[in-house]
Design a binder for this molecule. Structure first.
Ligand SMILES: [Zn+2]
Ligand SMILES: [Zn+2]
Ligand SMILES: [Zn+2]
Ligand SMILES: [Zn+2]
Length: 351
């Protein structure tokens, strides 16, 4: 993720709603995809100072403070004169009248009458927006309500404190147990399962892996997939799950897999690899945007991407260890994992 700049010269970040320097209202423009100052118009709308497009603010921002996105106004102004790069920029304009593109993907939101749920939802939306923005940046297609292609991507945020909820993906619907947004509970589960990391962005990246298996792999790339990840039909998922929880991962899992959980079934292997690929793309992208962490990488070149990621990983792992934090990049990139990551990369460059 990059940092953005306000018209006053101050820094803006991906989730900024207001400039700390000049107090200006700030939003994520759905047209030029900048986090930018928004000036109020005589018509009661908000105008992007970057590309001059006019917007309303997303309802989830106005009512709940969980978003900084924008919504089309009914009477869009005549075409403005954005720069060439802005004309080329893809847009994330919502078809919903009240919710921005990111928020319009929600099918179920938490029960906000329950104390603490608003804070959990805010953490989840921040993670979701960040991950989806990254997915869009690397060129993977997300099919939302306005698209005819299936499966449509939607999110259900439910609480395991009031009903039985499993975080997972099915037919385009990603269900997240909102209690994962409770950091104490999440850390308890991380330690229980011996995971090197357990984060909200990681949950979204993993479940999106299942979604993009449906969108990009099945059925067009199944032959390539089977060669790298194995047969997803035999054993079936339920048998594989039972065997994993009964016997754990194979002793030599680090020779072939990105994580212990990836050994459960070829679908989980793909989702874990996809998660690791999005981590890599995000971290290298962020590093290229901050001149104190300068790396020059052509994001289309997998070998450059991986090389940069491993270099950054070694340095930042040591920084983290200096103050006792978990490793930023805990994974070991054995040759088998590298081939799997290369496969995901090929999807990002031609799904
Ligand atoms: Zn400012
Ligand atoms: Zn704009
Ligand atoms: Zn929104
Ligand atoms: Zn999974």
């Amino acid at each position: 993720m990059r940092a953005y700049e306000c018209q006053c010269g101050g820094p803006l970040f991906f989730h900024s709603t207001q400039c700390e320097g000049c107090g200006q209202t700030v939003g994520m423009c759905a047209s030029c995809l900048q986090v930018t100052a928004m000036r109020s118009t005589a018509g009661g709308h908000w105008q992007c100072v970057c590309c001059n497009s006019e917007w309303n603010l997303c309802d989830n921002r106005c009512n709940h403070g969980v978003c900084n996105g924008v919504v089309s106004v009914a009477n869009l102004p005549a075409e403005t004169t954005p720069s060439q790069s802005m004309q080329m920029a893809p847009k994330l304009v919502s078809a919903d009248a009240n919710l921005c593109w990111f928020c319009s993907l929600n099918r179920v939101i938490p029960d906000l009458s329950i104390v603490g749920n608003l804070q959990k939802w805010r953490r989840l939306e921040f993670a979701k927006h960040r991950v989806l923005h990254g997915v869009h940046q690397i060129g993977l297609p997300i099919f939302a309500d306005s698209d005819s292609v299936q499966p449509r991507l939607t999110f259900d945020f439910k609480s395991s404190e009031v009903e039985s909820v499993s975080t997972g993906h099915q037919n385009g619907v990603i269900t997240i147990d909102i209690d994962e947004a409770d950091s104490v509970q999440r850390e308890r589960i991380r330690v229980k399962f011996g995971e090197p990391q357990r984060t909200l962005v990681g949950h979204f990246r993993h479940e999106l892996g299942h979604y993009f298996w449906d969108v990009c792999v099945n059925p067009r790339r199944l032959d390539d997939y089977r060669q790298l990840f194995g047969d997803h039909v035999h054993p079936n998922y339920t048998d594989a799950q039972q065997a994993y929880y009964a016997g754990g991962p194979p002793i030599d899992w680090q020779d072939r897999f990105i994580s212990e959980y990836a050994t459960m079934h070829p679908w989980e292997d793909f989702a874990e690899t996809f998660n690791a690929y999005l981590d890599m793309a995000a971290i290298v992208s962020t590093s290229t945007h901050f001149n104190k962490l300068t790396v020059n990488v052509d994001g289309h070149d997998f070998d450059q991407l991986l090389d940069a990621y491993q270099g950054i990983g070694i340095a930042v792992n040591e920084l983290n260890r200096d103050i006792g934090l978990l490793d930023l990049v805990p994974e070991v990139f054995n040759p088998s994992v590298v081939q799997k990551l290369r496969f995901v990369h090929s999807l990002a460059n031609g799904c």
